[in-house]
Design a protein around this ligand. Structure first.
Ligand code: ZN
Ligand code: ZN
Length: 147
């Protein structure tokens, strides 16, 4: 079940309020751009989208804002997907498929993966808060193009 953009925005406003983060027009625009992207955007992609309405915004502001969003649970950082950091507006548990050729990241849900138990060698030392599975391979588009 995906929640609507409006619900996401309402939730965003509430989280910002409870974390005493002021709702500047730039922050709202950055969040809107983030939830408009369903392909795990890089900070640069967000920057390019937001710049259309805020020509003076800097890449640094976008970076700092996205980092703040991940700190307060409004976004997650997608791990292990190459040099550029990728952001994910979906904070509910889900898993990823990543194409090794074009780096596209596809979301999927799977109750078997959700139920995976971390090994004891980890849990006896570390507190595990989430389990994410990343499958890697070649996407449908790339497998059609000969390389
Ligand atoms: Zn691909
Ligand atoms: Zn995702």
């Amino acid at each position: 079940m995906r929640i609507s953009g409006q619900e996401k925005l309402d939730c965003f406003r509430q989280v910002c309020k409870s974390r005493r983060l002021s709702l500047t027009p730039q922050r709202v625009a950055i969040y809107k751009a983030l939830i408009a992207c369903d392909d795990h955007p890089r900070a640069e992609d967000i920057f390019n989208l937001v710049r259309a309405s805020f020509p003076d915004i800097s890449m640094d502001t976008v970076y700092r804002t996205l980092t703040k969003f991940t700190e307060i649970g409004l976004a997650t950082l997608v791990e292990g997907c190459g040099p550029a950091r990728r952001y994910d507006p979906i904070t509910e548990p889900h898993h990823h498929f990543r194409c090794r050729r074009c780096n596209v990241i596809i979301d999927f849900h799977d109750t078997r993966f959700d139920a995976l138990q971390p090994p004891e060698s980890i849990t006896e030392k570390y507190a595990v808060s989430s389990v994410k599975v990343t499958l890697e391979g070649v996407c449908d588009k790339c497998s059609q193009t000969v390389q």
